[in-house]
Design a protein around this ligand. Structure first.
Ligand code: HEM
Length: 475
């Protein structure tokens, strides 16, 4: 039964088990075990789906740039809130993806990605975050809800001109949906995609073991939240006063009315909004948790960064992007946090659009192609002592200048589908982290050994466990 049926032209990997294959790989330990045993390119079968895992930076970079590996797998469309399930950026393919990605990139830039007025908006949130954390009065608290609200507020202001109060209950609803997807559906909801036979089970059994009814409910709720936001924009739309990305889309949609070839559609707009909300808020929220954890875990860096900030920024002014050249350690700390956290453990899946020769192997059409970002970030070929948290690796010899790595960083993916929000995320991480450092000593509660804090897996996202921390305002 265990005869390996894998075609010889495929990369090596564990013996394929007919019909069932093996359980999906969702964590860094299992991925690393594969790499250690089979090398940098490994094929692995889960049900009818074959995945080729890539573990080495150069190989991953080359693969992610290939047109043949630029699509997302078909099953991504099940998460779409577009009625036609073809629009948006994250899960779409072909001309629809190209069209919507171009629209999003152009408008994120026009709305200030990398520019000073967006910096102001981020610093308004940073100030609100500081005030909110001060309310904890130096008591030990779990990661504050304000982390997620400030992250949401930035992208939501660009997309929908909405800013929430840091403790607003509306944010609670939105995050309940995100968390629902994360907690309940990380592994189990994917199983029918890998094991289609499960779809033949009676509905009550599928609901019981796979929670499909709950998944459907969450998706419907999300659809409604997004649709209401877009409908409200359509109602209030003023062509002379576009407020945000949704208005810009409505403008293009109205301009192209009557053009049968136009790809501007309300369903696609809904999905774009959904993508930006999902990809743009929880990612930053999770990274803020990492920043707080790492500041508490490595107080020697926190102290050095406070000295650097205090030397150039008066306490009554927020750190700005112009201060960056004077704060090389702060930048190095945030980038090292991206590497060390490897928050997105496995890069978002791609799929081969046709049979493709790659590195001496023939990757058949339909094969999933996935880079293990964690493995790239912990690869001793690119990083000295990779398990050490060491921001200095991003400084020049005199430690006075930040130096971007030439190779080895994969936090935002790569190639044609590289993260569209990278610039925005880097701005947010730098300014939010600087605000935390400038205003607080972050530390574990007395007697708590922070080296024992677990790193958990939240549906493919690596995050520090929510142990309590103290945010002590600095004198
Ligand atoms: C620290 C924060 C973030 C991290 C680590 C991150 C990481 C990633 C990664 C790994 C990918 C997959 C790239 C690939 O397939 O090669 C991705 C895609 C994407 N990200 Fe981000 N991201 C972050 C923040 C954001 C923000 C703030 C936005 C919102 C503007 C955003 C929007 C997107 C979108 C729309 C895609 C899909 C791109 C496509 O399929 O063409 N991300 N991100």
């Amino acid at each position: 039964v265990l005869r390996d049926r894998r075609p010889r032209t495929l990369p090596p990997g564990p013996v394929e088990i007919p019909f069932f294959g093996r359980l999906p790989i969702l964590d860094e330990e299992s991925a690393e075990r594969l790499r250690k045993k089979y090398g940098d390119i490994v094929s692995y079968r889960t049900g009818p789906i074959r995945t080729v895992f890539l573990f080495d930076y150069d190989t991953a970079k080359e693969a992610m740039a290939k047109v043949e590996f630029s699509n997302r797998p078909d099953f991504f469309s099940s998460f779409s809130v577009d009625d036609q399930k073809i629009g948006g950026v994250l899960s779409s393919n072909g001309v629809h993806w190209q069209h919507d990605r171009r629209f999003v990139l152009r408008n994120l830039r026009n709305l200030g990605m990398g520019k000073s007025y967006l910096e102001e908006a981020i610093n308004t949130e940073a100030m609100a975050l500081v005030e909110d954390l001060k309310k904890s009065g130096g008591e030990a608290i779990n990661f504050p809800d304000s982390f997620r609200t400030v992250a949401l507020n930035i992208i939501w202001q660009m997309v929908a001109s909405t800013r929430y109060d840091l403790r607003s209950s509306e944010v609670e609803t939105i995050y309940r949906l995100t968390k629902g997807f994360q907690d309940d559906f990380s592994a189990i909801a994917f199983l029918p995609f890998f094991f289609p036979a499960l779809n033949r089970l009676p509905v009550p059994i599928r609901n019981l073991i796979l929670g499909e009814d709950k998944f459907g409910q969450l998706l419907e709720e999300m659809k409604k939240v997004i649709n209401d936001v877009v409908d409200k924009h359509l109602e209030d739309y003023d062509p002379d006063n576009p407020r945000d990305l949704i208005d810009e889309y409505i403008k293009d949609m109205k301009d192209s009315e009557g053009d049968n070839n136009s790809l501007f559609r309300k369903g696609a707009l809904n999905q774009i909004v959904n993508d930006l909300f999902f990809a743009g808020s929880d990612t930053v929220n999770q990274m803020l948790k990492w920043m707080a954890f790492l500041l508490a875990r490595y107080p020697e860096y926190a102290t050095r960064m406070q000295q650097q900030i205090d030397a150039v920024v008066p306490r009554d002014r927020m750190v700005s992007l112009d201060d960056k050249p004077n704060l090389p350690l702060v930048e190095a700390f945030t980038v090292e946090a991206l590497r060390y956290s490897s928050m997105v453990i496995l890069n978002v899946e791609r799929t081969a659009t046709r049979d493709t020769n790659f590195k001496g192997y023939l990757i058949p059409k339909g094969t999933t192609v996935q880079v293990c970002n964690y493995s790239v970030h912990y690869d001793p070929r690119y990083w000295d002592d990779p398990h050490k948290f060491y921001p200095e690796r991003f400084l020049d010899e005199s430690e006075t200048k930040y130096t971007a790595p030439k190779k080895g960083l994969f936090a935002f993916g790569s190639g044609r589908r590289q993260c569209v929000g990278e610039l925005l995320a880097r701005m947010e991480l730098f300014l939010f982290t600087a605000a935390l450092i400038q205003h607080f000593d972050v530390r574990p509660p007395h007697g708590v050994d922070i080296t024992k804090t677990a790193i958990v897996n939240l549906g493919g996202i690596r995050a520090p466990a929510d142990d309590k921390l103290i945010y002590q305002p600095r004198n």
